[in-house]
Design a protein around this ligand. Structure first.
Ligand code: APR
Ligand code: PHB
Length: 389
């Protein structure tokens, strides 16, 4: 088989890149080691920046998001039992769109199927070869048969545990990482959200977040111990603990119900540099991880893919490698700003197990400063709605 761009991974990054390339007449094949149902079964965050929404529009997959997504003009920060509003529209001039990543993935999959482009699901043992020459190849196995794709470029969109980053030669990539000593326990339920806007809660028992997928489906999170398993958290225990962390008004209003999904995720900040080795490129979670507190994971994937697709389109249209040569530097500049913001939101709002009394005083002062200073709120708002591309 031969294609122009071989894409490893059919998460949001790989599917979005494939869609943008296909729309510009650039042939591509996506290899995904799981099934389509498995990919759609993963519940991820649900806050989309305007710039990311514009990339989804450009890829031709924005219609349902524009119709069903909820526009949020602000968010709420709660500590000491009181809520404070950060007004995105007034402070940063735009709202965010609340729309589940699972739905974006579904929209991308449908668009890809309609375009006729090839996606190979359950493509096992992908291995990347010869990307330092001008004829890179990708080998994989499916139904006990071996296959090989010859291509011009390989796009590693295969997430944190994928093969692409690991295929960089030793010494050609550097990792920067912070692992946080707590996790998030998430619960999805078909109950009306407790608030019209997301509530980020700092509480002495730990962080909590009230989010949503629609007017009838809620997503809640609790900071939990990394030693916990979902089996330790019955629905009743989850709701009781959430109530303890809510303010009085939210506690009185909370509608509880049966969970339809529950999962625990560790929190990590991670960046690999550079994002390119000759004809191999990394994008999305393959290149970086943010803790979910700033809701930046999907949004960063969209900006990476925007820069990478621009580079590839310029290469095929004008024969110029300039955009590809700038990709790593351009993408990393934005990635690090989102890393900083996600780290800041995480350390601002969580109960930090190793904190000294001094650290806790500073954390509380940072919260007080945020809710009392327009300058501080403006900084949070411009980062939350998304820095420019
Ligand atoms: N071969 C083929 N596919 C692979 C391989 C491999 N060796 N390893 C991993 N994959 C697939 C995974 O099964 C997954 O479907 O690559 C895909 C990567 O998707 P994501 O992990 O969703 O990463 P990405 O597309 O970059 O999405 C970024 O989605 O994962 C969230 O938090 C993340 O919000 C962020 C956004
Ligand atoms: C979510 O709705 O899942 C969500 C929202 C905001 C975050 C993280 C997760 O910061």
């Amino acid at each position: 088989m031969r294609t122009q761009v071989a894409i490893i991974g059919a998460g949001p990054s790989g599917l979005l890149l494939g869609q943008l390339l296909t729309r510009h007449g650039i042939d591509n094949i996506i290899l995904e080691n799981r099934s389509a149902d498995y990919v759609l079964g993963r519940i991820r965050a649900g806050v989309i920046e305007q710039s990311a929404a514009d990339v989804f529009d450009e890829a031709g997959v924005g219609a349902r998001m524009r119709k069903e997504g909820l526009l949020h003009d602000g968010t709420q920060i709660c500590f000491d039992g009181r809520r404070h509003r950060i007004d995105f529209r007034a402070l940063a001039g735009k709202p965010v769109i609340v729309y589940g990543q699972t739905e974006i993935t579904r929209d991308l999959m449908e668009a890809r199927a309609a375009s006729g482009a090839t996606t190979v699901y359950e493509a096992l043992d992908a291995s990347l070869h010869d990307f330092s020459g001008d004829k890179p190849r990708v080998r994989y196995r499916k139904n006990d048969q071996d296959f090989e794709i010859e291509c011009d470029f390989i796009a590693g969109c295969d997430g944190f545990h994928g093969v692409s980053r690991q295929s960089f030669p030793a010494g050609a990539i550097r990792n920067f990482e912070r692992v946080y000593p707590f996790g998030w326990l998430g619960l999805l339920s078909d109950t009306p959200p407790v608030s019209e806007e997301l509530i980020y809660i700092h509480h002495e028992r730990g962080f909590a977040l009230c989010s949503m997928r629609s007017h009838t489906r809620s997503r809640y999170y609790l900071q939990c111990s990394l030693a916990d398993g979902v089996e330790d958290w019955s629905d009743d225990r989850f709701w009781e603990e959430l109530k303890r962390r809510l303010d009085d008004e939210a506690r009185a209003k909370l509608v509880t119900g049966r969970s339809i999904e529950k999962s625990i995720a560790p929190l990590r900040s991670f960046v690999a540099e550079p994002l390119r080795h000759d004809r191999l490129f990394l994008a999305g979670d393959a290149a970086h991880i943010v803790p979910p507190t700033g809701a930046k994971g999907l949004n960063l994937a969209a900006s990476d893919v925007h820069y990478l697709s621009e580079g590839l389109i310029e290469f095929y249209r004008k024969g110029s490698p300039a955009g590809l040569d700038r990709y790593s530097e351009r993408a990393l500049a934005r990635i690090w700003k989102a890393e900083r913001f996600s780290w800041w939101m995480t350390t601002l709002l969580h109960k930090l197990p190793d904190a000294s009394d001094f650290d806790r005083k500073l954390q509380h002062t940072e919260l007080e400063y945020l809710v009392s200073s327009e300058a501080a709120q403006k900084s949070m708002a411009e980062n939350y709605v998304g820095l420019p591309y």
